[in-house]
Design a protein around this ligand. Structure first.
Ligand code: ZN
Ligand code: ZN
Length: 165
């Protein structure tokens, strides 16, 4: 499901990007209806942007980190970390909610989900020590995959996780 952005008009090219053997149904939503129909616009991108703002706010404030915001790799890196976090099974119901809320799919069995601010950045966790051995720092976030509490320095920029805790 894509919007009417000109690059998406060639569905032949987009279908070529799918894995071999995967049949893709291609739906173009009408112009100026993206915010009402597109699941990620209805619910999802706001969470992504909030997650990014939270991380980058600390990157800017944590001056010991040698991180130049303007470099292309450093623009992509936080996005990759967020993609990794939001790919965790914990966040699957959140993504499904966008599809339900936009009317694209029927209501799902698992209605309740914790948003990133309720789960990853829960203020009740702020005094919990980082779970990495011998790290003296405190909570920055809880990983959506391993469920471990991590300090900012143990999360950013290297905690690409796929271990379900
Ligand atoms: Zn993890
Ligand atoms: Zn740590």
């Amino acid at each position: 499901m894509v919007d009417s952005w000109p690059a998406f008009r060639n569905d032949h090219v987009v279908k070529m990007l799918a894995d071999e053997g995967i049949d893709v149904d291609f739906i173009t939503i009408p112009p100026r209806s993206t915010s009402l129909i597109q699941p990620l616009d209805v619910y999802g991108f706001r969470m992504w942007k909030a997650f990014l703002c939270y991380i980058m706010g600390l990157v800017v404030r944590q001056s010991p980190i040698p991180f130049v915001l303007g470099q292309r790799a450093n623009i992509i890196l936080p996005q990759s970390l967020i993609h990794n976090q939001f790919s965790a099974p914990h966040y699957q119901p959140m993504w499904q909610h966008g599809w339900v809320k936009s009317g694209s799919i029927e209501r799902q069995d698992q209605e309740h989900f914790d948003t990133p601010s309720e789960y990853s950045f829960n203020r009740d966790d702020f005094r919990i020590p980082c779970s990495r051995p011998n790290c003296p720092k405190l909570h920055f976030m809880r990983c959506g995959w391993c469920r471990k509490v991590l300090c900012f320095f143990c999360f950013f920029p290297k905690h690409f996780c796929t271990h379900v805790g």
